[in-house]
Design a protein around this ligand. Structure first.
Ligand SMILES: C[S@@+](CC[C@H](N)C(=O)[O-])C[C@H]1O[C@@H](n2cnc3c(N)ncnc32)[C@H](O)[C@@H]1O
Ligand code: SF4
Length: 359
């Protein structure tokens, strides 16, 4: 049963130096045209009852609140649903945040990345630390009581002390949820080019591991639950929508390049506007790739995604029981309430542990 929808908004004011998410510069009329197609695409699906709605990007907060409202009005949304909007601080002000609240958004995920003006500039963010903090406070005043902040670490030249300063700052703001990602040097991004030219350097692996350990220890000491590899929340404030991905549940993905998982099918939408619009004009779902998962692939997904949930983990059966036992002997997995979860040692090499489940 599908009760989650992800809606991709592929527009940004400007491209950050590190980012290879599917997003482009745009004009209000381009965005308006896109919203019309999004609405047509959504109508190609049966009417599901949504328990979570997630506007991601790109920068969905670049849309007009009325456009968000129009999309939400098309959906059948359950009472007490979680309706999240990703926000770039540069794209909103108090009035706009208030209008998003009135349109039906009840959770924000704000991209802060760092509270240090030097690093914000280095990675091409358009806002200052002060502006990001102001937007967070405006969001509170606008009535949002469920806010997530995104941080990044292992930025070029960043020290453990710098990370600690960001942690002190973010916990002082007391958001309900924190996502914290180690910088990925994505090929083709301006930051990656600077790495190739020797203008920037990667963080040493050992220092990066120490930063991650500090993050976990610090946030836990401040009352945050480390419930997923990169995600922390105050009790009861886990991201409901994203948790469905990790629990391998179905979700509809709408918008340019969006992925979805419905029935036994995993699909990905067209990544260029011409193909995406063209297919919708022909009343076809704008798939670029679609595949039916066999039982083995489904199981692989279940383990790789489920083990990301550090409190809940996965229930092991069949041939995977032996894999889990082996990883348990090596100290990477342990059992909690009959389910396997990553140990702190396993967490430090989580991607290698996940690979054990891919044949
Ligand atoms: C779609 S953006 C969030 C909203 C908005 N676009 C913004 O940046 O303010 C999703 C998040 O992914 C993270 N991210 C993007 N590129 C990354 C990279 N190369 N390495 C690590 N994290 C990255 C950032 O923390 C970013 O906030
Ligand atoms: S990090 Fe966010 S604002 Fe920056 S380019 Fe990526 S999606 Fe756009």
């Amino acid at each position: 049963m599908c009760d989650a929808i992800y809606i991709h908004v592929p527009f940004c004011i400007n491209k950050c130096e590190y980012c290879d998410f599917l997003s482009f510069k745009s004009t209000p009329s381009k965005r308006k045209e896109y919203v019309e197609y999004l609405k047509k695409e959504i109508k190609l699906y049966p009417e599901f009852d949504y328990d979570t709605v997630y506007f991601g990007g790109g920068t969905p907060s670049l849309l007009d609140p009325l456009e968000i409202k129009e999309i939400l009005e098309l959906l059948h949304i359950k009472e007490n649903a979680e309706v999240t909007l990703e926000v770039n601080p540069k794209s909103v002000d108090f009035k706009k945040l208030r209008a998003f609240r009135d349109a039906g958004i009840n959770r924000l995920s704000i991209g802060v990345q760092s509270f240090d003006p030097y690093y914000l500039k280095l990675i091409g963010r358009l806002h200052t630390d002060i502006e990001a903090e102001e937007i967070y406070r405006d969001a509170r005043k606008a009535g949002f009581d469920n806010i997530s902040l995104d941080l990044m670490f292992s930025l070029p030249g960043q020290s453990i002390e710098d990370v600690k300063k960001d942690l002190i700052k973010i916990t002082g703001l007391r958001p309900e949820h924190i996502s914290i990602y180690s910088l990925i040097w994505e090929e083709g991004t301006p930051l990656y080019e600077k790495l190739l030219k020797g203008e920037l350097k990667e963080t040493d692996n050992e220092i990066e591991a120490k930063m991650y350990e500090l993050i976990i220890e610090f946030l836990k000491s401040e009352g945050y639950i480390h419930y997923e590899v990169s995600n922390f929340s105050l009790p009861g404030n886990e991201a409901r929508h994203n948790t469905k991905y990790w629990e391998n549940k179905e979700y509809l993905g709408a918008g340019l390049g969006a992925s979805g998982y419905i029935g036994n099918q995993r699909y990905k939408n067209a990544v260029n506007f011409k193909d995406y619009y063209g297919k919708i004009d022909n009343n076809k779902k704008p798939y670029e790739e679609v595949g039916v998962l066999n039982e083995k692939e489904k199981e692989e997904y279940r383990y790789i995604l489920g083990l990301r949930l550090l409190e809940k983990g996965v229930e092991a059966d069949g041939e995977y029981n032996n894999k889990c036992l082996k990883l348990e002997k090596k100290g990477y997995l342990t059992k909690k309430s009959g389910r396997y979860i990553l140990t702190p040692k396993g967490l430090m090499i989580a991607n290698d542990v996940f690979e054990e489940f891919i044949s």
